[in-house]
Each structure stands twice: as C-alpha cells, then as structure tokens.
Design a protein around this ligand. Structure first.
Ligand SMILES: Nc1ncnc2c1ncn2[C@@H]1O[C@H](COP(=O)(O)OP(=O)(O)O)[C@@H](O)[C@H]1O
Ligand SMILES: NC(=O)OP(=O)(O)O
Length: 311
C-alpha cells in the first residue's frame, strides 16, 4: 500500500516540554521507530506539524534587534521544514540503512482571498495565561485565542488547494524514496496572474494539506497520528465514548473543536469521500494496528476495514 502519515506536533514536541533541539531530536527518533517499520511494509510519505516550532521561531525573530521587522510566516515555515525535515531524514537513514530518504521543501498553494486571512485560527507557539497573552498581543500586534485551558497566538490558516511540488514527490515515491514533505502544512504561497509564486503570512493545517497530497499522490491510506488512541464522541463529557469504525457521514453529524480534532476529522472525511479509500486517526505507536483494523478511529465509505465488497 501507499501510505501517507501526518505526524502531530506532539510527536516532535510534547506539550510543556523544553523546546531544546536535543529534546525534539529524541522525540523524532522515538517516532521514527514506528515509521521505519511502516516503511518496510509500505510506500511511505511523511508530513508533520510545526505549530510549536514556527511560533518559537516567530518569537526569536521578533526579539532580534538586528531585524527591522520579524521574518514572515512563510519564511519561518520553510525554516521549520528544514529543521524538522533534517531531524526526520537523518533518523530514518539511521534506522533504515540502504534506503533512500529525502526531506523536501514544499510549497502549498492557497488563495489570497481566503476568508481565513480575516479570521486567524491556527495556534502557534507556547501557551500563556489570559493576562500574559493579552499583554503580548498588545505589545506585538498579535491575535490570541483560547486553546483549551490556555491562551495562544493564532495566525491565518487558509485552505490548501494543491502542493506545488506534487509531481516531483510522486517521482521520488516511484523511485522507492521515503519522502518527508509538506511539513507544517507546506509553505503557504499564492500564484499571480503571470504564474509567479510568492509567500503569504499564514500557517496551513498539516492534516488538511496531507489529505490534499494523499489524494494527488494516489495514496491508499491516510493516517493522522497524534496522542489519543481514538476520536471520542462527546469529548470532555462524562458520556465520552470511543469511535472505532465509522463513515464520513457519521463523523460529519458530530462536532469537533476547530483547533485540534476538527481539522483531522475534516481531512479524513474529505480523503475518504474523494477517493473511497481508508483514513484513520489514532496514536503513532499504534500505526501498524490501525492499518490492520484493530486500533484507531478508522474512516471508510461503508464503515468497514479491511474494505469488503457489498456485492
Ligand atoms: N473528540 C475528540 N476526541 C479525541 N481528542 C480530541 C477530541 N476533541 C479534541 N481532542 C483533542 O485533540 C488533541 C489532538 O489534536 P492536536 O493537539 O491538534 O494534535 P497534534 O498536535 O498531534 O496534531 C487531543 O490530545 C485531544 O486533547
Ligand atoms: N501546521 C500545523 O498544522 O502544525 P501543528 O500540527 O503542529 O498544529
């Protein structure tokens, strides 16, 4: 099978962890143990989040007295692709000697008129209490929003339309390369009327980009891997219950939070609706069990997995 994995931000930097490089490298190495096993069995494409890292780089850039203005988010997104891509590429090369691995700087086309530019919604960087968040927002001109029990900076997150480097990524996969791409949802770019690309101030959602890429690359399965074993019905209530096997139709009748589970569910539903293939949401260390149908929330057109014919 050709499998695309969207790795949650938690896999690289867990909530509350010190964001030092060695901490993140150790997390990547741990994640790669599972990813390497998947790559032995399947053609593997890996995407990853960058919310914590891009927010941290934005803080560093804003604090740099040598700059007349902070680096824009497209450039910061490219920096996170390089950094996390390098960590993953090296960890995969060490885990799978003899296999070719490549992290690719990847741009995601968005449209300049996307309403998301007027309503920043993507959480980036560290968490604050409300008072501190509002103080920082006034100081730096940020928008901040509530993220669970905390407050965080938010930036615009336009919808991904297509991944500029799709054909090259497809070629690499056919060559047997394990490709790390579209990190942080891809660097957000727009195309002008003369066909020229330029970056925009935004952070694209990695799960939504992964589903667009999964469709374009003709993947058979799309796995959104995070820190919870399954999607919960009634999340945060005493009646919460795990969803094991489901359909886009069933999921779309439920509500999920915009900053966390919402985009994962939307990405999974879109992939299944468009392709008729399988998407799943679950824990990274259960990826193999998810593919065999015994773990995770598995989304298919008929709610069954492995897919069975209705004829
Ligand atoms: N209905 C739900 N079922 C399970 N988890 C949920 C649900 N709604 C929100 N969440 C939260 O979503 C989180 C995963 O989303 P997120 O933190 O964005 O993941 P990642 O950074 O790994 O992509 C979980 O840790 C959980 O707290
Ligand atoms: N870009 C992005 O979606 O990052 P996270 O998954 O870390 O939020």
């Amino acid at each position: 099978m050709r499998v695309i994995v969207a790795l949650g931000g938690n896999a690289v930097l867990k909530r509350g962890q010190q964001p030092d490089a060695d901490v993140q490298i150790a997390n990547v190495r741990a994640a790669v143990k599972t990813l390497a096993r998947l790559a032995v069995e399947h053609e593997l494409v890996i995407t990853h989040g960058n919310g914590p890292q891009v927010g941290l780089l934005a803080l560093q850039s804003a604090a740099d007295p040598n700059l007349s203005r902070p680096y824009p988010f497209d450039t910061l997104g490219a920096q996170t692709q390089g950094m996390i891509g390098y960590w993953m590429q090296q960890a995969l090369q060490n885990a799978l000697p003899g296999r070719q691995v490549l992290a690719v700087v990847t741009q995601t086309l968005v449209t300049a008129v996307d309403p998301a530019f007027e309503d920043p919604a993507k959480f980036v960087g560290p968490v604050y209490d409300r008072e501190e968040a509002e103080k920082l927002a006034a100081e730096h001109g940020w928008t901040v929003k509530q993220d669970g029990g905390h407050w965080r900076r938010v930036v615009p997150s336009p919808a991904p339309r297509r991944i500029v480097e799709t054909r090259l990524i497809h070629k690499l996969i056919r060559e047997g390369v394990i490709v790390v791409c579209a990190g942080g949802g891809g660097i957000p770019v727009v195309r002008d009327e003369r066909g020229r690309l330029s970056g925009v101030e935004a952070v694209v959602d990695k799960d939504l980009t992964a589903s667009v890429l999964a469709e374009a690359l003709e993947c058979d399965a799309f796995l959104s891997l995070t820190d919870v074993p399954r999607v919960l019905r009634g999340f945060g209530t005493p009646q919460a219950s795990e969803i094991a096997h489901t359909t886009p139709h069933e999921l779309r009748a439920l509500e999920f939070p915009a900053g966390s589970m919402g985009p994962k569910v939307e990405a999974a539903c879109r992939f299944v609706e468009t392709t008729g293939d399988m998407a799943a949401i679950g824990r990274l260390d259960e990826a193999e069990r998810i593919l065999s149908g015994s773990a995770g929330t598995i989304v298919t057109p008929n709610g069954r997995w492995p897919l069975t014919s209705t004829l």
